[in-house]
Ligand binder design. Structure first.
Ligand code: FAD
Length: 479
């Protein structure tokens, strides 16, 4: 069930601390000061748990974008409003007045971590992962070769990404057998009139409306028993109106290792059952066709300037749960390739980084140096801590672990010399940075709802950072 956000009711929830008997409403001057970097689910769950465990702490959330909610706003597919509505409960965490949101501050660019440490006793990195994991293939830089993360950021209207996207291919290839690949395929396959009901801005809708796309080829190196798809989302693909699913009988020869994997994993079993139903069931022609190809390993993208094909090598099960190459190759004549092979975290200057895994170096959320010694006062949670896997819910258990370490370590941590958020924000604003406070986000939220209402939908996203900041600051001027 969707919770009603307090933006809609205009009723600010009472302060969390006001509920705690005997708790002071203002923060004592010697109380711990905690900055959380990143207002995605991991950062906000950590803030919420910290506020419960340390009722005296001053907790600020510093976010690079003018908006909170991270990948829920800029990753979760627009046609999944039920998942997107998780922002309603995250909204309440920030709206209760105990935890303060400051947007449009890129830590590491607008302020160095070392400067931030002079204002806060504890810093929690919750910066997530937005980049595409690299895929080193000949032709990967051709026009028409796209990272899945880039495409998602475009259709979800991330303000840092270009607004133009070329959707002129009649046939595309999608590399990957995970949920991001599934999102990309579903959004590409949906009828534009279905997308028109979501929060996507008009320029994204116009691109889908003009797209001549007919064939979507999805490729995985391994067999059907290795898919990482959520069964529910996989089933949804087969229910899209006007879409025909096409699978190849040769791909469905299960080995003993496959059967053992399926026996041990109910979700995998359900996903394979859906694939089998599509393979064996009646298949009536549709406006768009989704071809699922297993046991094909991408070798190179063809073309001189732009993609004109994707060459793959046929693989086969090795009998022990792995795959081996065969001599067979095939070129599929696709004019665009989307690679959905995973996300990757970005380093933050001054924080030890594991460049192989794309995560900050940490032990259970405590940042550690190259010799695995804890770096006092710096912690991590969410995707930047454990890598870009897992659903929104898993960032909560993650935050619990990290907060446990913070609470244990706090008595031994040195105190920051400059003990005022106002001083920090004033310093940033003096440098010309338009910081977006919580009331600024509420103004952006109201502007997007009004824009949506004018178009007969719940919300239409403001598409640029400038428009968001203008909405935030015009509301502030009226105060
Ligand atoms: C395409 C896609 C679809 C998904 N769909 C689903 C789904 O349907 N259901 C589901 O449960 N999960 C889904 N997920 C997974 C879910 O989005 C993640 O589990 C979750 O968002 C991870 O949370 P996080 O807070 O660690 O990172 P993020 O959500 O990425 O949040 C990190 C935040 O940190 C900010 N930040 C980064 N660097 C800085 C900096 N230097 N200074 C200040 N702020 C910074 C970012 O702007 C961002 O707001 C999806 C993920 C992707 C990529």
């Amino acid at each position: 069930m969707m919770t009603t956000s307090n933006t809609e009711t205009n009723q600010p929830p009472p302060s969390r601390r006001a509920h705690q008997e005997g708790a002071a409403l203002s923060t004592p001057t010697n109380s711990p000061r905690i900055a959380i970097i990143g207002a995605g689910p991991a950062g906000l769950y950590a803030a919420d748990i910290l506020a419960g465990r340390l009722p005296d702490a001053a907790i600020d959330v510093l976010e690079a974008l003018p908006s909170p909610f991270g990948l829920i706003r800029y990753g979760v597919a627009p046609d999944h409003p039920r998942i997107k509505s998780i922002v309603d409960s995250l909204h309440d965490i920030l709206d209760c007045g105990d935890i303060h949101f400051y947007g449009n501050i890129v830590v590491g660019r607008d302020i160095a971590l070392s400067e931030l440490q002079s204002y806060y006793d504890v810093i929690v990195l919750a910066t997530g992962a937005v980049e595409d994991a690299p895929l080193d293939l000949p032709g990967i830089d051709l026009r028409g070769s796209f990272g899945g993360a880039e495409f998602v950021a475009w259709y979800d209207s991330h303000p840092w990404y270009p607004q133009d996207w070329t959707l002129d291919a009649e046939a595309v290839g999608v590399i990957g057998l995970g949920n991001v690949a599934l999102d990309i395929v579903r959004v590409l396959a949906r009828r534009p009139e279905d997308l028109a009901r979501t929060d996507i801005p008009p320029h994204v809708l116009a691109a889908f409306q003009a797209s001549p796309l007919k064939d979507i080829h999805v490729f995985g190196r391994r067999g059907p028993a290795s898919v990482k798809f959520s069964p529910l989302e996989l089933r949804e693909l087969g229910q899209l109106p006007g879409v025909q699913m096409l699978l190849e009988d040769d791909d469905f020869q299960f080995t003993d290792a496959d059967r053992a994997q399926m026996a041990a994993n109910g979700r995998l079993r359900q996903a394979v059952k859906t694939l089998e139903q599509w393979r064996k069931g009646p298949s009536s022609p549709g406006e768009k066709r989704i071809h699922l190809h297993f046991y094909w390993r991408p070798e190179r993208l063809e073309g001189t300037e732009a993609v004109s094909g994707l060459t793959l090598r046929r693989t086969a099960p090795d009998g022990q749960g792995g795959i081996v190459d065969t001599p067979v190759t095939k070129t599929f004549p696709v004019a665009a390739v989307y690679r959905a092979v995973g996300y990757f975290g970005s380093p933050l200057p001054g924080v030890p980084f594991d460049a192989a895994r794309g995560v900050v170096r940490n032990a259970g959320g405590r940042i550690v140096d190259d010799a695995d010694r804890p770096v006092p006062g710096i912690y991590a949670t969410g995707w930047i801590k454990r890598g870009p896997v897992g659903l929104i819910g898993s960032t909560k258990s993650d935050a619990l672990e990290t907060v446990g370490h913070i609470v244990d370590d706090l008595p031994d941590l040195a105190r920051a010399p400059h003990r005022s958020t106002d001083g920090l924000i004033a310093a940033l604003e003096q440098r010309g940075l338009p910081v977006v406070r919580w009331d600024g986000w509420l103004a952006i939220d109201a502007a997007e709802r009004a824009l949506g209402a004018a178009q007969g939908r719940a919300r239409a996203k403001l598409a640029t950072g400038e428009a968001m900041i203008e909405a935030a600051h015009s509301a502030r001027k009226q105060l």
